[in-house]
Design a protein around this ligand. Structure first.
Ligand code: HEC
Length: 125
């Protein structure tokens, strides 16, 4: 009985060790400054609703990036961004551009907006 228990314990311990080892090995990639941060925003554009995206863009972005062009903010067409970079910029903001929380701009609206940005050539391929 005791030996059996001991084996269970060491088996569990081995699992813990393997678990930690695996996680640790991936840490540098996943936790790395840029790669890790953008990967949470990664993935293809999850909408094709360009019309709705245009409305969303008109409401939230057009003042500073009119039709994707430069005004208060830089032109989005002159330097197209990946969907991940666009999501990150919208969610986290930078400089004078404030972040948009999911309360203000839902994920669905954000994806539709990306479809619109894609249609005007502001998404990097
Ligand atoms: C109040 C004005 C304002 C609004 C509204 C705004 N932006 Fe911006 N945006 C800026 C400014 C200013 C910058 C430059 C930020 C910096 O210097 O870091 C910027 C930067 C960006 C960039 C990065 C451009 C680059 O080349 O670095 C993207 C992409 C972007 N905005 C997209 C959007 C989208 C999409 C929306 C709507 C959801 C939006 N912005 C709304 C002002 C705005």
């Amino acid at each position: 009985m005791r030996a059996w228990k001991l084996m269970m314990v060491s088996a569990a311990w081995a699992l813990v060790l393997v678990g930690c080892g695996g996680g640790g090995a991936e840490e540098p990639e996943a936790g790395g400054a840029e790669g890790g941060e953008t990967s949470e925003y990664g993935g293809p554009i999850a909408s094709t609703d360009v019309d709705h995206g245009k409305e969303v863009y008109g409401t939230h972005c057009d003042d500073c990036h009119p039709d994707g062009q430069e005004d208060v903010g830089p032109s989005l067409i002159a330097e197209p961004h990946s969907p991940a970079d666009l999501r990150k910029q919208v969610r986290e903001g930078s400089g004078k551009m404030r972040p948009f929380s999911p309360n203000r701009l839902s994920d669905d609206d954000l994806e539709a907006m990306l479809a619109y940005l894609d249609s005007i050539g502001a998404v990097a391929k």
